[in-house]
Ligand binder design. Structure first.
Ligand code: PLP
Length: 406
């Protein structure tokens, strides 16, 4: 039994009212609410357990360093990574992808090379590669999706060539909710000697991840989507790549020695962590992961899948509603349009009824173009949502439709 009523009490944000209505928060793919333990963990450090890490030998510095490194170990175990040196703490998915785009790009990308991405990527997994390609005279290739949103994995070998230097694919689309067969993709890419970066921003929230089993070369995610603080994130990279890649940013903490003539760099992972790290956020992220482990990822997955199935069933009863991304497996969210309604108008009406939904291009304009539209409406679920909330959202959508059409 998944005790959702009890779990909801862990999240103070869920009991607030907006416009006098009880909040129904269905924008979890954008960011998740924080459990009290995470809020407490961050507050405790801001209230006094605060000393800059790695440099000081005083009590507070040592304690914060311990907590920061404990966070790294927690993430290592959470991802089932082989070594803690393979875990780089960043400010989020975007920062992690930009790190790889710059650093891997500096070392390995040359004029005429190709980087393969998919048609269903978030802008964060498109634009850093475009910037890299501009710098280096390389080219982006795009693996298409089918009409139902499924990735054309069968075509993958045709898109890989000796020029392909990296393949960057989302584990789960933040628009379609479709979960890509990452392990299979990695295996195909590796037979062509192409390393793979997996954008796990959405994927990690809904399932257990084992980077060694997937065998991906890089895996990135954001803390704030995983019930942790904003400004936290992770880059997992196989040691052989991280070792070979040059530093991304220069500054304190990433050096071994500095003179005006020459600087040598710190060992992994500090080589990639220039400047004062977000050690308070890291402790918050560790607390969030501990919390999730306590709830149990398999139980979370089963419950969230039942919410999604219920939502799909109920939404399809609404006249004129079209869902984008009908392929399976699908997880955690549903994006759609209702004939005759602009998603921004609908989201605004839902908001006034206390329901937080997302509308717009969802940071995936190429995907919108693929479907020949400008925007969608998205409901995204967490284990703290309920079927009653979905019922209320569906009723609100029907009401919005009546208001806007008739
Ligand atoms: N990739 C995917 C699939 C996402 O859904 C998001 C955020 O919505 C990102 C990358 C970017 O994450 P962040 O803004 O936390 O860096």
């Amino acid at each position: 039994m998944f005790e959702v009523d009890k779990i909801r009490q862990d999240f103070p944000a869920l009991s607030q009212k907006v416009y006098g209505k009880s909040l129904i928060y269905l924008d979890n793919a954008a960011t998740t609410q924080k459990p009290q333990v995470v809020i407490d963990a961050v507050n405790e450090m801001n209230n006094g357990i605060n000393g800059n890490i790695h440099r000081g030998i005083h009590y507070l510095s040592s304690l914060c360093t311990e907590r920061y490194e404990a966070a790294r170990e927690t993430v290592q175990h959470f991802l089932h990574a082989a070594k803690k040196e393979e875990i780089v703490l960043t400010s989020g998915t975007t920062a992690a992808i930009n790190l790889v785009a710059f650093s891997f790009g500096e070392r390995y990308i040359q004029n005429g090379d190709e980087i393969l991405i998919s048609e269903a990527e978030h802008h964060s997994n498109i634009v850093p590669w475009q910037l890299l390609c501009k710098r280096k005279g390389a080219k982006i290739k795009v693996l298409p999706i089918y009409k139902d949103g499924g990735l054309a994995v069968k075509q993958l070998p045709q898109y890989l060539s000796p020029k392909t230097k990296l393949c960057c694919i989302t584990q789960m689309s933040n628009v379609l909710g479709i979960v890509n067969p990452i392990k299979e993709i990695v295996s195909i890419a590796h037979t062509h000697q192409v390393p793979v970066l997996v954008d796990g921003a959405q994927g990690i929230v809904h399932q257990d991840i084992d980077v060694q089993d997937i065998d991906c070369d890089f895996y990135v995610f954001s803390g704030h989507k995983l019930y942790g603080p904003t400004g936290t994130g992770i880059l997992y990279g196989k040691e052989k790549w991280l070792d070979a890649m040059p530093p991304y940013q220069g500054g304190g903490d990433m050096i071994a020695s500095v003179s005006f003539e020459q600087t040598t760099y710190a060992e992994l992972p500090l080589k990639f962590e220039a400047g004062t790290a977000n050690y308070i956020g890291a402790h918050g992220l560790k607390t969030a992961i501990d919390y999730l482990n306590q709830l149990g990822l398999p139980a979370i997955q089963v419950y969230e899948q039942s919410l999604l199935n219920y939502a799909l069933q109920q939404l399809l009863l609404i006249e004129g509603l079209q869902i984008y991304g009908t392929a399976t497996p699908k997880s955690g969210l549903v994006s759609f349009n209702i004939k005759g309604l602009h998603p921004a108008d609908t989201a605004m009406l839902l908001d006034k009824m206390g329901i937080a939904a997302r509308s717009g291009h969802l940071c995936a304009q190429p995907l919108m173009q693929r479907f020949g539209i400008q925007s969608m409406l998205r409901l995204s679920f967490s284990f703290y949502n309920t079927k009653e909330e979905i019922d209320k959202a569906v009723t609100a959508l029907v009401k919005a439709r009546q208001m806007l059409i008739h």
